[in-house]
Design a protein around this ligand. Sequence first.
Ligand code: AMP
Ligand code: ZN
Length: 436
Amino acid sequence: MNVTFWNKEVETMSRGGIEQLQVSRMQQRIADALKTPFYQHRLARAGISSPQQFRSLSDMQKLPFAAKDDLRQNYPTGLLAVAMEQVVRIHSSSGTTGIPTVIYLAQEDLNAWTDLLARSIVATGCTRKDVFQNMMSYGLFTGGLGLHYGAERVGMTVIPVGGGNTQRQIQLMKNFKTTVLHITPSYLLHIHSRLNEFKTRPQDLHLKKAFLGAEPYSENTRLKLEELYGIDAYNSYGLSEMNGPGVAFECVYKQDMHLWEDAYILEIIDPATGQPLPDGEKGEVVLTNLVRSAMPLFRYRTRDLAFVHPEPCPCGRTHRRLSRIQGRTDDMLIVNGVNVFPSQIEEVIMSIPEVGTNYMIHLARVGSLDKLTVKVEIYSKMFTGELNALDALKNRIRDRLRALITINPSIELHEPGALPVFEGKAKRVVDEREKL
Ligand code: AMP
Ligand code: ZN
């Protein structure tokens, strides 16, 4: 395997070196935080009045956690640590609740973030020879602009098309011989289902790689996309509160994502007690940004569930790897008393070859019972008029799901294109139970 580095010294730094850097950067961030209305109070309550009081990483435990609500309640400037004229970029979360949150970046912060993205891109084996089609939406969402600047820094040819308009996406891929995509897994699945319509086969494209992120997806979805397009797909993790993408990214080995520990402090906690969990145990991802001066944020509770791989990666990078996101502390569905994660359902249905590229989970209440319906699109070749075959497929999907989640879902089979399409983050779950 051909391993290339963007900044070998940092990417292969010893554990001691990383930890030393983390402590000194934490001290800088505490100095920034003491200038914000939000942290002045909070740090005083935690007994911290100067950066020097932070001496080692175990002092992280003294700092309070932060959550999305803190950002909302302190909107717009409660966490701003510099004069507004120092701010060169504002981003905002895609949160669906309607109350906005804002992220501020000074020029040095933007440089540091862009550098992390360049590092991530190079870790997947991309070079300046690649043609990069960025299909994530631009604007306040961090996915578009984040990767855009990282790719330019690497020197790739960047096509800043943004999300949506499948026909144009396919046209651009063909005209400019795009080699690398940045896209949500659900949209890449959807594009495949429409290639025919535009008289295009995957092998007519020049794709080699895709960076997939912004929403949860399973390993089986990755494998399926790799096979459908004949590409390597790399997992990309980030969240606006930590700037956006570039928090953790897979290297050429594709064995989970290096979390860039010179720039972020990663903790995994038990979401119920807040206590730290050892490497290898699944819990809530908690992150601290070490390279953002305009807006400090310590121990941010992401609500994402994952675990850490401490073993060294064959690529030689020393930054520990974060597993695929296994769900969220808050997307768990409780169906007739049973806890179900949408990611489990996806894992099962995407392993069934007849299943196409889109699915939905629907919850309703019938009497006093919850009814779970899984709607899946299947390949059109299955609709041959052979009802027996369809029934058998339905039963097979139902049995596989029941074996895993212990409840009995109804299965609906749909023709390709019948279910709603999402060009940004997919909304796979429709829960109509509250309305009844
Ligand atoms: P946003 O702040 O709008 O960028 O959303 C960030 C959230 O998207 C994260 O907290 C995750 O829940 C989700 N997300 C981002 N990347 C991934 C990924 N690779 N796998 C699973 N979920 C992801
Ligand atoms: Zn690696």
